[in-house]
Design a protein around this ligand. Structure first.
Ligand SMILES: *Cc1c(COP(=O)(O)O)cnc(C)c1O
Length: 377
């Protein structure tokens, strides 16, 4: 937790639950990625944290944006991002939204199927298009596999078809999975896409861009995350190895790696209880749960770092749960969380590295709980 967040929580005593995001950390993350991967253009994945102050800060830094809907496009335009710095990166778009984006000046679009390509040809004639290829995502704590991308041979055929439809066959993309901790995945993925570049070369199509997506980490409880320099090295090495001196334009789309570590959620303990007399594990209920912004605790995939004012004292095992009347609203049961025995109802607890995929997952009003309150400082 940064000094700025600590001071804000101490002096302002905001109502809980809330997330406090230190914009300086977002800015530093942008600068670091830019320094480590100077060849890459950064397209911030807006869905990770779509707050206007985050987007505005990144517009000022010269960032580009990966958007998933016409609403995210309008958000970025509204914060001053020029249309030529936007990519409509969702492979699942309504034709009317493609047309609306094209009318606003967006000329870069993702697809992974023939039907989507045909929509693009009609609604965004002549636009630059890139095909997303399928990845397995082993090593990712929040995989983005199966739903997105197509096989390599299909990608090749679709790019040839794109040219036939009057579109500009611009490049390829992939995503190795979010919170990816296996650096070899980039070599594998970049190698595969380089094969499609070659296949298309033979067909007379020179692709100009490779979009390697996100996957850059935030720092959660598992301490298995390599340094960011190691990510950059793996990517640079793989690009040299597979593309040599025919280097395409490189795009990265960090979401979690940009905003994750910048945020802290403050929550309050609502209830501590046991379900039977012989039980050794306490149930600790917080005023935030899966529907209040902690959706990534699904299957206990993302395991946040939790801090209390009793840290350093004796702990005992807990089951952590949210406040709604839904039995799916359990955060951690199998993940062996322990909290101080001195923890009391009414205590404030901090959940770290919650600047990404929290506000954007917070339900509008399940059980009448309002959406997660946000403070950008
Ligand atoms: C969600 C998403 C990202 C961001 O991924 P992170 O792992 O959070 O960096 C990037 N690109 C696309 C297409 C996405 O859908």
């Amino acid at each position: 937790m940064t000094e700025k967040i600590r001071r804000f929580l101490r002096d302002r005593q905001p109502a809980t639950p809330c997330v406090v995001v230190d914009l300086d950390v977002v800015g530093a993350n942008y600068d670091r990625l830019h320094r480590l991967l100077p060849r890459a253009e950064i397209y911030y994945a807006v869905k990770a944290n779509p707050a206007a102050p985050v987007v505005k800060l990144l517009v000022g830094k010269g960032s580009c944006f990966d958007t998933a809907s016409i609403h995210e496009i309008d958000l970025c335009l509204g914060q001053g991002a020029p249309a030529e710095r936007l990519s409509f990166g969702n492979t699942i778009k309504k034709q009317s939204d493609i047309a609306a984006a094209f009318a606003r000046g967006v000329t870069l679009f993702a697809f992974d199927s023939r039907a989507e390509l045909e929509k693009l040809a009609v609604a965004a004639p002549g636009a630059r298009v890139f095909c997303r290829v399928l990845m397995d995502c082993p090593g990712a704590e929040w995989p983005l596999n199966r739903k997105f991308g197509c096989e390599l041979e299909m990608a090749r055929d679709l790019m040839i078809r794109a040219r036939g439809l009057g579109l500009d066959p611009y490049g390829l993309s992939f995503h190795v999975g979010s919170q990816q901790t296996d650096l070899d995945q980039w070599d594998l993925a970049i190698g595969r896409t380089a094969m499609v570049f070659s296949m298309l070369n033979e067909a007379g199509i020179e692709l100009r861009m490779l979009n390697i997506g996100g996957g850059f980490p935030a720092h959660y409880r598992r301490d298995n995350v390599p340094e960011l320099d190691a990510y950059a090295d793996a990517i640079n090495r793989a690009m040299e190895k597979h593309f040599g001196n025919r280097m395409p334009q490189l795009i990265i789309e960090p979401g979690r790696g940009m905003t994750g570590d910048a945020g802290v959620i403050q929550t309050e303990v609502v209830l501590i209880s046991e379900k039977g007399y012989g039980e050794t594990r306490r149930w600790v209920f917080l005023d935030i749960g899966k529907f209040g912004g902690l959706a990534e605790t699904m299957d206990e995939s993302i395991q946040y770092r939790i801090r209390t004012r009793h840290d350093g004292t004796e702990t005992g095992p807990v089951i952590l749960a949210g406040p709604t009347c839904d039995s799916a609203d359990v955060l951690y049961d199998k993940a062996d969380y322990r909290l101080p025995l001195a923890l009391r109802i009414g205590d404030k607890i901090e959940i770290h590295a919650t600047g990404a995929y929290t506000t954007s997952y917070s339900a509008v009003g399940f059980n009448g709980f309002p959406p997660l309150q946000e403070h950008y400082i």
